[in-house]
Design a protein around this ligand. Structure first.
Ligand code: SF4
Length: 215
């Protein structure tokens, strides 16, 4: 019997016609409400707020929302990017969505990988490319910045590497003002290269945390 998470996706964000921002080609970003982490400079704090407007959609209902861009997706090798919150908590839903939409569409995921291992294995079977924001691999920095345990992320990266292969994974390494340094990032990259990660995206976080007042 299907799990509830396989059938309904908590949609709180929907952005059409994005170009090369979170995937290749033209993409539509769909954001999941809810995240297990509490990053100090969370880029989407509203995705963790209880009062946000959330619409629960089935795979077919989400397909109906995004299919108007079918021609753009096919012409540019684009498709749908699942973001957050944390979309891989809904890996079963993404698998059903993959089965619902044209096979030419690409499915991308932006994730922290702070999810149960079974979600990683399910997603490996239905997501074309993963953008993994690891924050920092120092356990102290990771915990201070997110409140989480970095060992869970490292373990899931290894699972994803063996299930999906390094070509389908881009690891984002942010410089986080007040939390890590370039040297820390180099250490994270060295650890990741050592386990087989080959694609990296280094960037700097914006530090202004959005609130309801300054959105
Ligand atoms: S993982 Fe993303 S959505 Fe979750 S708290 Fe961190 S920045 Fe926010």
């Amino acid at each position: 019997m299907a799990e509830k998470n396989d059938l309904l996706f908590p949609l709180w964000r929907f952005d059409r016609l994005r170009m090369a921002t979170d995937g290749w080609g033209v993409t539509t970003l769909v954001g999941a409400h809810g995240c297990p982490l509490a990053c100090r400079y969370c880029i989407n704090p509203e995705c963790r707020e209880a009062g946000e407007k959330v619409t629960f959609v089935t795979p077919v209902e989400l397909y109906d929302l995004v299919k108007r861009d079918d021609l753009y997706f096919r012409a540019t090798n684009g498709g749908v990017t699942f973001g957050g919150g944390e979309p891989l908590l809904h890996a079963g839903f993404i698998r059903r969505f993959r089965e619902t939409v044209p096979s030419e569409w690409r499915i991308y995921a932006e994730t922290s990988l702070y999810v149960p291992e079974e979600c990683v294995r399910t997603a490996a079977g239905c997501v074309d490319h993963f953008f993994v924001d690891v924050k920092d691999l120092s356990s102290d920095i990771y915990n201070r910045y997110t409140g989480g345990d970095v060992r869970k992320v490292l373990s899931n990266i290894e699972t994803l590497l063996s299930a999906a292969g390094s070509d389908r994974i881009t690891v984002r390494l942010p410089l986080i003002p007040g939390y890590n340094s370039d040297e820390d990032r180099d250490n994270s990259e060295r650890i990741l290269r050592g386990i087989g990660v080959t694609r990296f995206d280094r960037f700097r976080y914006k530090t202004q945390t959005r609130t309801k007042e300054n959105r």
